[in-house]
Design a binder for this molecule. Structure first.
Ligand code: DGT
Ligand code: CA
Ligand code: CA
Length: 577
């Protein structure tokens, strides 16, 4: 059971207790525990298997909750949770996944309109029934309808980091058995898509029967969907389906190309191969002689497969049939796509001064541990009240503290910055006399998401005309499962960014991945640069950087396009415009 799943169950329990009107301290205990668990760097399952007592010593997790964690890990379920869920109609609590719908509102909708599931909620919104309730109006209905359509679009798919976590655990489990010669992730996860339907794992097994038995005995299995000698599928309890295939070593490269996809990419590869007299499928590469006689060629690596077809190897992130085939045939695959090891620091980090959960020194040592050359501390400005934003006085004091704390960290340059709110009219939350005190300024939208296209675009353009602005945080404003992008003319924003040397963020926090892959590609095409940041609110979230890197790669972004690959001196020059 992953930390994600445990956290999700705890936060569901908190929701359920809150709806039932139970003691607020109990509700809070579950919520805090869920947050803490999500932020942990290590998997609780591993901690538990090594030293079970340690579970009880985790911050904010008392006796009762640690016993529940132990039950979840040991049995894959939790009786208390299952009983609690039985008190609600089927599908009732999943409405909480809709943006803008918390336990309080949900209770009201249930008590006053008898709404039990998403379909009923949708109907009630369309019939304008919510307007009869206090505190809700036409805007609530529009927002909820939007949220419902987003929820539907992503239903049954995981966010990329969640998929990565599941995959990491199961790959570890497979490798530790010693039954496999090779284990490789394929499918949409290998391509780095922002949402992933199911997991695909390709292997070479030493003994297929034993290997398949080991796979279907994965402790977290909810159901075995199929058990064969070359292919088996399981469904993880409360988790995704996992398809595992075992292939021959000499066909591994061909199989990896096939199962990595995308399907469109594969179709084109097969077509090109045929024109050259080859046949390519999941079983290998074959030369097709006269009278259709086939001879199997060696295809143990992907490189061999692409080479046979007369093209360059294509990085998995580019395999979406969006120009990579032509580029590979011409030898024009970008040679220096950004990679994780190019990143020299994270330029968007929060601390407990505003809504982060770690103190300055904790964040700095986490950065040092990751081997970063520099970071930026960028807490919120006053306009973001719910995030405990700082007014001018607090900000100036905070800057002083940042610089003081940084003295202890010799090999790490700490930039004292701020995530400054873009007000509705495009003015920034602080005047130039304050901004000039900052080493780095990130401008961001946290309110007025619904301005019309012209107003929203002008707001961005104006903010970017401020010469102190270095980075635009999460530019599109979307949240993958719950909020659509702002109505914004991104072409204009990207052009302005290029002109004023403002960098556009690829933010990996929560459900953002913003810019997404397509927008990254267009931004860079128009000459703008990007900054890949985690926006971490606790140090463990700094690990999510890799998902920003993979997204940028999907957007054909090269090292030279990324601000936080610069050397420290080049970075400083870029920030002082
Ligand atoms: P997902 O799971 O929806 O996030 O997306 P994928 O790309 O992982 O798709 P999936 O799991 O259905 O299949 C994995 C790969 O296997 C896919 O990317 C390409 C290959 N594949 C599966 N079915 C077909 C097919 O019918 N034709 C072709 N050409 N390739 C296929
Ligand atoms: Ca898949
Ligand atoms: Ca699959």
């Amino acid at each position: 059971m992953t930390n994600h799943e445990i956290a999700r169950i705890f936060s569901r329990i908190a929701d359920a207790l809150e709806i039932k009107g139970e003691n607020i301290f109990r509700v809070r205990a579950y919520r805090t525990a869920a947050q803490n668990i999500k932020a942990l760097a290590r998997q609780l399952e591993d901690v538990y298997r090594e030293t079970p007592e340690k579970i009880g010593q985790l911050q904010g997790i008392g006796k009762d909750l640690s016993a529940k964690i132990a039950e979840l890990i040991a049995t894959g379920g939790l009786e208390y949770y299952e009983d609690l869920m039985k008190e609600f109609p089927e599908g009732f609590l999943s409405m909480l996944d809709l943006a803008g719908l918390g336990p309080k509102k949900l209770k009201k909708l249930h008590d006053e309109l008898g709404i039990d599931n998403i379909a009923q909620l949708e109907k009630a919104c369309r019939e304008n029934k919510l307007e009869t309730l206090e505190g809700m109006g036409p805007k609530t209905e529009i927002k909820l309808l939007e949220a419902i359509s987003y929820y539907r679009g992503s239903e049954g798919r995981m966010l990329l980091p969640e998929a990565g976590e599941y995959a990491g655990q199961i790959v570890g489990y497979l490798l530790s058995s010693g039954l496999f010669e090779k284990v490789e992730i394929a499918g949409s996860l290998r391509r780095g898509k922002e949402t992933v339907g199911d997991l695909d794992i390709l292997t070479v097994a030493k003994n297929t029967e034993k290997a398949m038995d080991h796979f279907i005995s994965y402790p977290l299995v909810g159901a075995v969907i199929a058990r064969g000698t070359t292919k088996s599928s399981i469904k993880i309890k409360e988790g995704p389906q996992v398809d595992l295939r075992a292939v021959e070593k000499k066909a591994f490269g061909a199989a990896l190309v096939y199962f990595t996809g995308s399907q469109q990419h594969n179709i084109r590869i097969r077509h090109l191969a045929r024109k050259k007299g080859y046949k390519v499928n999941e079983y290998g590469v074959f030369s097709v002689g006269p009278r259709g006689r086939e001879r199997r060629l060696k295809a143990s690596t992907e490189e061999e497969v692409y080479k046979k077809i007369g093209m360059q190897w294509v990085p998995p992130e580019l395999r979406e049939s969006s120009g990579e085939i032509e580029a590979a045939l011409d030898g024009k695959i970008p040679s220096d796509l950004v990679k994780e090891s190019d990143i020299k620091g994270d330029l968007h980090l929060h601390t407990s001064e505003t809504d982060g959960r770690a103190g300055l020194e904790e964040v700095m040592s986490a950065a040092e541990e990751r081997g970063y050359k520099y970071i930026a501390i960028t807490d919120h400005s006053q306009n973001v009240r719910i995030a405990n934003g700082m007014d001018k006085k607090r900000l100036l004091r905070h800057l002083e503290r940042i610089r003081k704390a940084a003295e202890k960290f010799k090999g790490l340059e700490v930039l004292a910055g701020c995530e400054v709110d873009m007000l509705e009219n495009g003015k920034l939350d602080f005047g130039d006399e304050v901004l000039r005190e900052l080493d780095i300024v990130i401008a961001a939208v946290h309110s007025k998401f619904n301005l019309d296209r012209k107003k929203q675009t002008d707001r961005y353009l104006r903010a970017m005309d401020n010469r102190f602005v270095n980075i635009i945080a999460h530019p599109s404003g979307r949240l993958i499962t719950s909020r659509k992008a702002l109505d914004l003319d991104l072409e204009k924003v990207f052009r302005k960014a290029a002109e004023n040397r403002v960098f556009l963020e690829v933010n990996t926090h929560g459900q953002r991945i913003d810019l997404n892959d397509v927008n990254c590609r267009r931004a860079v095409e128009l000459g703008a640069g990007v900054a890949i940041n985690t926006d971490a609110h606790e140090p463990a979230q700094m690990d999510l950087l890799k998902y920003g890197v993979i997204t940028a790669r999907r957007g054909w972004v090269e090292k030279k396009d990324v601000l936080n690959t610069y050397s420290l001196s080049k970075l400083k020059k870029a920030l002082k415009k």
